[in-house]
Design a protein around this ligand. Sequence first.
Ligand SMILES: [Zn+2]
Length: 404
Amino acid sequence: MADINIEQIVAQVLAEMQGKEAPKAAAPAPAKAAGGAIPAKSRVAMLTALENYEIKEYPIPTIGDDDILVKVEGCGICGTDAHEFKRDPFGLIPLVLGHEGTGEIVKMGKNVKVDSAGKPLALGDKVVTCMIFKDNPDITMFDLNKQNVGGADVYGLLPDDDIHLNGWFADYIVIRGGSTVFNVSDLDLDSRILIEPCAVLIHAVERAKTTGILRFNSRVVVQGCGPIGLICIAILKTMGTQNIVAVDGEQKRLDFAKELGASATVNFKDHKGIEALTEGVKDAFGGYLADFAFQCTGSPVAHANIYKFIRNGGGLCELGFFINGGDATINPHFDICSKEITTVGSWVYTLRDYATTFDFLKSAKQIGLPINKLITHRFKLEDINEAHKTNLAMAGLKIAIINE
Ligand SMILES: [Zn+2]
């Protein structure tokens, strides 16, 4: 604890020397205790009604022998949060959202010694959570042959209870014994915030590899350059894939796709009709169709289109329909049978993919991919309503809540 206090004091003195403004007061302000000690209460952003967060304060409970108290540093806003904010499809209101969060361990029960991968845990370590184990033997640690974590509970999508500190849109979160927690102290804050969405793509690429068609020298088309498609491109790049064509309708996103590893881009607005668009993709590959395609949009038309971009005997990973986006019309003869296309679906991730993601983020940094630029907007916890509205307006890519 002593080290943490010194760090905080040094940071404060440095900030003052640099003439940084004192954080603006909000009601209620973050609870602060003398000397960096743990305060008695924590703020949370509680979604109390559709499109309405309220900043509430709750006492920080006693930390049990198997529990961990984490001081939240930041948390990304996910598409799932946007759905919950707008429509409450899971019927969870009131609740504390936020599952793409990370922070620092400030208190640990005496039984907590290592993380879910067996790495030692200590006060001051930076962590992320993945899921909460329930009595489902099929969701087993690091077992690729078991189901993914799609049906499991996660912090940030739990009903409110007596503890209240159940989501990452807060100053503190209580990680209960039996949850998966990973020590990610060797990653910077931006990388840690991006772990959860990146795990979705690590899983998709693992699924794609099972076809035997995706190789390092494959021609790969990625359709959709939102955060999901962009991260897909970055992962392919860290695998050594050189021939990646990105397809989207927004030039700004296509330009960023190039920064993250796309070798060429196709703006579908420049091509009228699927035949012209297919020619555009072919041209971008120097006269070839794609060996493999990743479909990263939630648009049924985009799903129907992507088969046309793939060569005979090629492969497809469909991962854009994270939620039900409606039916798509394809021609099974031309699109699948006669082309002998191998298709895989991908949804969420396994715990093993989560651990692989940490290495991806390090590799991406090493080869100079500007992954942190995916976080386009940063808001304080007290401005969370505005943050969600910015997210709904699709004004940026990843929007994050950053605590001071
Ligand atoms: Zn998410």
